[in-house]
Design a protein around this ligand. Structure first.
Ligand SMILES: [Zn+2]
Length: 95
């Protein structure tokens, strides 16, 4: 069993690397290589989102299925429940 806190750090580190690579790839001339890199970065992004969702589920957060990979819903005191932060969704659940 993976320690969820350690997994959270790995996901955050992976996200930082993907963001860094994305900024770096913007400096490349347009062309096949740049497109290929952009595609791989999108795949990495998706894999990160997926591990993020799995991690959130393991930590007991509800997941909103408005998108895939699903988004973790965060507790909002004012609304008294877990809220999806995805633009255009805003679903509230439980509490
Ligand atoms: Zn949602």
């Amino acid at each position: 069993m993976i320690d969820p806190m350690q997994a959270a750090e790995w996901v955050a580190a992976g996200r930082a690397v993907v963001d860094l690579m994305r900024s770096a790839s913007a400096l490349l001339p347009r062309g096949r290589d740049r497109d290929a890199i952009a595609r791989r970065l999108d795949e990495a992004d998706r894999a990160l989102e997926l591990s993020n969702a799995r991690l959130a589920r393991d930590l007991g957060y509800p997941l909103c299925r408005c998108v895939f990979p699903p988004k973790p819903m965060l507790f909002d005191n004012a609304r008294g429940g877990f809220v999806c932060r995805e633009p255009g969704c805003g679903r509230v659940e439980g509490g």
